[in-house]
Design a protein around this ligand. Structure first.
Ligand code: 13P
Length: 346
């Protein structure tokens, strides 16, 4: 595997492959385990992640895995998870932000934290096999928000993080998540997302970050989850692609989507329709947590001993997402549209 940042970014968004986000913090993991009646301990978290990572043939559709710090240092019976992934030609990644705190003086808005000591942490992760990282900021849409100050402050933090990653030889995934939660319209989501892209990419350029070694992790352009407006897949695809094509640099290393609390089916179909509107100037694929994992976690909770069935289900989720990333998903293959898990770090 090349250590060149642009090569790593290209491998992460290689055709038909995408990223598993398995970087839920321990409290978020506890919420998700709680919902399905599993006790959340260090060992059950390890056991569950091991099941996902060691799924046979996962590398066909999984280019990389994002870990939470605890999981990054955990092991199968013979190798650390990053060593195991590397042996499977899957790139190990690490979430490095330290969560969200209120943006003082801006009611209802948040800023991400974790820059202090970041270079030292990145050097340690690099030594132990990480070749990409993720940092999540959150932008909420509501009455009078987001403010330009919130967008700008988060863009700056993401930029500092990205520059530090690149200095450590690690590809930064910059994730300014525009929340699906809310009663806003799809147009208001579109307007917010393009402001966020403009601020973020303006700032990344200004601070001389190498775009070819950056991946954007973005929300899709959606009507708010509690707006009462149902998702029109073609409209989501058209508005998402318009925002991307008109506001992202051509030389960006890649684009990946979060699922953000959509059902698995919605997240797969929306990605499929977005991919169909290509060609796109960058590799474009999934970096899902809930959309890939929700049905898998439920099955595991029901039948802890049946490792084979759980891994087969996960492999199928990856296959569906991989097909969607190529615009080749047979949408009639999707079954019941189960309610997405609501728990996320807010
Ligand atoms: P979801 O796909 O569940 O939104 O998670 C992706 C992610 O990594 C959010 O930071």
């Amino acid at each position: 595997m090349s250590d060149n940042l642009a090569d790593i970014a290209r491998s992460l968004v290689a055709k038909g492959k995408g990223i598993l986000a398995a970087d839920e913090s321990s409290p978020t993991c506890a919420k998700r385990f709680d919902l399905v009646g599993i006790e959340c301990t260090e060992e059950t978290r390890r056991e569950y992640r091991e099941l996902l990572l060691t799924t046979p043939e996962a590398s066909q559709h999984m280019s990389g895995v994002i870990h939470f710090d605890e999981t990054f240092w955990q092991s199968t019976d013979s190798q650390t998870f990053p060593e195991y992934l590397k042996s499977q030609n899957i790139i190990p990644g690490i979430k490095v932000d330290k969560g969200l705190i209120p943006l003082d003086k801006f009611e209802g808005e948040k800023i991400s934290q974790g820059l202090d000591g970041l270079k030292e942490r990145m050097d340690k992760y690099f030594e132990s096999g990480a070749r990409f990282a993720k940092w999540r900021s959150v932008i909420a849409i509501g009455d009078g928000i987001p403010t330009p100050q919130c967008i700008q402050a988060n863009a700056f933090v993401l930029t500092r993080y990205a520059a530090i990653c690149q200095a450590a030889g690690i590809v930064p995934i910059v994730e300014p998540e525009v929340l699906y939660d809310g009663t806003h319209t799809i147009d208001s989501c579109y307007e917010t997302i393009i402001k966020v892209y403009d601020a973020l990419f303006g700032s990344l350029r200004e601070y001389r970050v190498d775009m070819s070694g950056v991946i954007l992790k973005t929300s899709m352009v959606l009507p708010g989850k509690t707006s009462g407006i149902s998702i029109n897949y073609d409209e989501v695809a058209e508005k998402t692609v318009k925002a991307l094509h008109e506001h992202l640099p051509q030389d960006l290393g890649g684009v990946v989507f979060l699922s953000g609390g959509q059902t698995s089916n919605d997240a797969f179909i929306n990605l499929n329709r977005i991919a169909k509107l290509g060609p796109h100037p960058w590799g474009l694929t999934f970096s899902y947590s809930r959309a890939l994992q929700d049905p898998v976690l439920k099955l595991w909770a029901k039948d802890r001993e049946n490792k084979k069935a759980v891994q087969e289900l996960f492999a199928n989720q990856l296959r569906l997402a991989g097909a969607a990333s190529l615009g080749e998903l047979n949408e009639s293959e999707l079954h019941d549209n189960t309610e997405a898990t609501k728990s996320q770090d807010l």
